[in-house]
Every structure is written in C-alpha cells, then in structure tokens.
Write a protein that binds this ligand. Structure first.
Ligand SMILES: [Zn+2]
Length: 286
C-alpha cells in the first residue's frame, strides 16, 4: 500500500458565532455595529446551515454565552442540525484581559448555557480574539475540557498545550511541561475576519474587503500542501456568520467545500478530530 492510499487529510470547518458580542466587548454598542453583528443570526446562519446540509458536512460552532442567550432560536437551529457546540466565552472578552475569577465565572456561565442547549457540557474551548491567559490551561483542565483551539504553534498537527512557561524580555524563555489538553491550532490566514472586515477606530484602520477568490486560492493551497505532504493532518478554517454569510463569500465557501471534497478531504467536527489525534498521539511529555 503506498502512502497516498493511507493518506487522511481532515478538514474542520468552524464558525465563531459572535453575533453582536464581539462589538459589545469592544465598547461598540450603537445601532451601526449592532446591526453588523445581527446580520449573523438573521441572515448568515440560515444560509450557512442550508449549505452545510446540502453537502452533509459536520462542523463546529463556538458560541459565546451572550449569543446563546440573545439569539436562542438561531443557536437552537445550529445545535438541532447536529453541529458541535464549543465554548467561546460568555462575553466576548479575551481571557488575557480578565482576572482569574472573571475568567472562571465566564467559563462556568457559558458552559451552563451550552449544557442547557445541547444537554452536555462542551468539550472544546476557543478563546475570544485568540488570546489565552496565564490561567486558561489550568481552568480548562479543571472544568473538563478536552481541547483548546486558540493557538498557532503548528498548522496541520494537533499538539499538547504547555503550561507554566516563563517568558521575559531579558532572559531566554523557559517552557513549562506539556499537559493533557490538546491544541487544535488555528491561524489568522485561515480566518475570514481579517481578510474581509473593514474596521475603523481612532487608532486602527483595517481595510479588509479582499477579493474573495484570491483568499479562496490561499485557503485551497493550504489544504493542497497538507494533502500532498503529510500522511495525516488536520486543517481548521474559521468563519463568522456575519462575515462569510454575504453573497460573494458564500460562493467561495461553496467552492472551497467542492474543491476539498474532490481532493478526498475528510470533514469532521473539531471534537472528533481531537479524539482521532489522541488515538495516534504520545502521552503528554512523551
Ligand atoms: Zn469570536
């Protein structure tokens, strides 16, 4: 049997269903940004769910508690379609900006909201704005999480999360031990938000609004590299319903799905991909 016959290229399509929570966390509560966020539950989610159903693709949705409790009907539609529901904070504030107690309160409160929706606690966590705190790993392990999906230390290979790194300006870094928490790595380049969203604040202008087909080509090529160079690996794409849900971007999402299916991609939830990694992975520190 040659290598290509055993090759297994796993694709995780993930959706961060922030709705209006991301703008609120940045202090943007006026009608303009709120309307921008509500495009997600009102327009993006139904379009995305229809597309995923048509291609029969299981996916993972990271839904902040604020969205779960503000848009229960849209959240129910996602869960009822069989997609994984992961943790994405209660507010959309990154843990690195919270105290340990605030972070744990958010963890518990949003887990309860997810349990109320699905009947089970979330197994996976994705931090808002992809920035964990010094306490996140301990809290996630204490609260029973199997995996995190917020870091960028690899592209196609899950890995064990370290804790207790000592990082300072004037000394070489001292890395802590691996834990049992699995990292399912992400990347800004495989995220729709920075390519497409125009943002203007007093200090920042992010132009966004890239040509969607150029972005699509990058997304396809990252899969092709995986498929041609690794016998086993996982590529995780991140979308937001209010970003990818616009017409020309829905067209590239469908093109992406078709192209990856042609190349024999195996579509899975992140939870299932993490479980498959654990069947192949050495023990922490091994
Ligand atoms: Zn988010």
């Amino acid at each position: 049997m040659n290598a290509s016959a055993t090759r297994r290229s796993i694709v995780c399509l993930t959706f961060d269903f922030d709705a209006i929570s991301g703008w609120i966390a940045r202090g943007m509560t006026s009608p303009g940004p709120i309307s921008r966020g509500e495009f997600g539950p009102h327009v993006g989610v139904p379009r995305i769910l229809e597309l995923l159903k048509r291609y029969d693709i299981p996916t993972s949705w990271y839904i902040p508690g604020h969205t779960l409790e503000t848009y229960p009907d849209a959240s129910h539609r996602v869960a009822d379609a069989g997609h994984e529901i992961g943790h994405h904070g209660w507010t959309h504030r990154p843990p690195a900006l919270l105290t340990r107690d605030e972070e744990e309160e958010e963890l518990v409160r949003a887990s309860e909201a997810i349990r109320a929706l699905t009947g089970r606690a979330p197994r996976g966590y994705r931090s808002p704005s992809w920035d964990l705190s010094a306490h996140s790993v301990d809290l996630l392990l204490a609260h029973g999480f199997i995996y995190d999906s917020s870091m960028m230390g690899d592209d196609y290979m899950p890995y064990r999360v370290r804790k207790g790194d000592v990082i300072s300006l004037q000394q070489p870094a001292v890395f802590g031990p691996e834990t049992s928490l699995v990292e399912m790595p992400i990347s800004w380049t495989l995220d729709d938000f920075p390519h497409f969203e125009f943002i203007r604040t007093p200090t920042v202008i992010a132009p966004g609004n890239m040509n969607a087909n150029n972005v699509l080509q990058n997304w396809i090529d990252d899969f092709i590299y995986l498929n041609e160079n690794l016998d086993w690996g996982v590529i995780t794409y991140t979308f937001h319903p209010f970003v990818i849900g616009r017409g020309h971007r829905m067209i590239i999402l469908e093109k992406l799905i078709r192209r990856l299916k042609e190349a024999n991609a195996v579509f899975m939830t992140v939870e299932d991909a993490a479980a498959e990694y654990l069947t192949r992975a050495p023990a922490p520190g091994g």
